[in-house]
Design a protein around this ligand. Structure first.
Ligand code: PLP
Length: 362
């Protein structure tokens, strides 16, 4: 299939990936690095794959300037498993963790944490259907960690900067939908987790960046694969890892570097989001659902105010080669997911469709 036949994919995840990464992967499925064996067929113990895995880690470290006292490794189970695995490792019935409740994913993380220890919900934006990032946060006396969702994929809100973390605690973030969309100061965190399928690659692999002393503090009573130290200390090779996903993640890291690194992709993401939000503000038919100071640069949620018209617009866009725009059922309307790999031309196409639709049906 020619890349010219590709359409603009606004899917929230799995999501659009850089075309050069897809092309290189297509070749590597038949023969990776001239070995005569495809990437999905190599032993994970082979020299070829171990070099790829080490290369993925090295590329990740370079991109985000990750210091040596942090582990970088790859696990399975998605962010949803991490909702439970984090408290399972670091929380006990005599400890408290503080959670910032900014959407459906945060709520799921809170639910899991309650199984293992005390949870203080330090703030919540549920009163207005999660359309903003709360400014006032009320921490407990001595939380073990503070957990937040850096970008709320479903509601289209995003922390502009990471929240303050009380002394003695460490930050844990679910960065699944904005990881490496902008520079990140890893040293502010105890643990970062991100499912790959929004900004980093295909579904099935989850990136973990974790301070070594935090990993060491984890429970030793858990089944082997649920202790973070297992994959951290084995370089992600304790068991068979998602080899294809790790390969593609490596290519995505290299692609980001080729784009100029995190600051450069952040600039492009900012420009795309600014353009789209400006068009929404200028429209008399469409309006954004998130508060202006909380808007996400990865997922823009918007509505016409009429569910039938929303559905009509989604269909209108589909006819013009744009897919994945239907909003999540908890917000309704439309959601344009515009991750790192989303092309500028797709933003222009959406804005043009908004104008034409408004002229025809507004
Ligand atoms: C998509 C997403 C998840 C869920 O990821 P799974 O891989 O399906 O478990 C969790 N958190 C955030 C912020 C997400 O965007």
């Amino acid at each position: 299939m020619a890349t010219a036949d590709r359409i603009y994919n606004f899917s929230a995840g799995p999501a659009t990936m850089p075309v050069p990464v897809l092309q290189q992967t297509a070749e590597a499925l038949i023969d990776v690095n001239g070995t005569g064996i495809g990437i999905a067929e190599h032993s994970h113990r082979s020299k070829t794959f171990t070099a790829i895995c080490e290369g993925a880690e090295a590329a990740c470290r370079e991109l985000a300037n990750i210091p040596d006292d942090y582990h970088v490794f790859f696990v399975q189970g998605g962010a949803s498993l991490m909702f439970g695995q984090v408290p399972m490792n670091f929380l006990t019935p005599d400890k408290t963790a503080d959670y910032l409740n900014t959407g459906s994913w945060s709520k799921k993380a809170i639910k899991e944490a309650k199984l293992f220890g005390n949870v203080n919900v330090a703030c919540s934006s549920e009163d207005r259907n999660f359309c903003y990032i709360p400014k006032d946060v009320s921490y407990s006396d001595s939380p073990t960690y503070v957990h937040f969702t850096s970008n709320n994929t479903i509601f289209g809100t995003q922390f502009a900067v990471e929240p303050e973390c009380p002394d003695g605690a460490y930050l844990v973030t679910d960065a699944s939908s904005d990881i490496f969309s902008r520079p990140i100061d890893v040293t502010k965190y105890g643990l970062i987790y991100a499912g790959a399928q929004k900004n980093l690659g295909p579904a099935g692999v989850t990136l973990i960046i974790a301070r070594k002393d935090v990993v060491d503090s984890g429970s030793g009573d858990l089944t082997t694969m649920l202790q973070y130290r297992t994959q951290a200390e084995a370089g992600s090779l304790s068991n068979t890892p998602p080899t294809l996903g790790i390969y593609m993640m490596k290519l995505v890291f290299e692609w980001i570097k080729g784009q100029g690194g995190l600051a450069a992709v952040a600039e492009r993401n900012e420009a795309q989001a600014t353009k789209l939000y400006a068009a929404l503000e200028a429209s008399s038919l469409f309006s954004g659902t998130a508060d202006v100071d909380s808007r996400s640069k990865m997922n823009a949620c918007f509505v016409t105010g009429d569910a039938d018209k929303d559905a009509e617009f989604v269909a209108f866009c589909k006819q013009r080669g744009m897919d994945g725009l239907k909003g999540h059922r908890s917000v309704g309307g439309m959601r344009a997911s515009i991750y790192n790999a989303f092309p500028d031309e797709g933003i222009d196409a959406l804005i043009e469709a908004m104008k034409d639709f408004e002229a025809e049906k507004g």
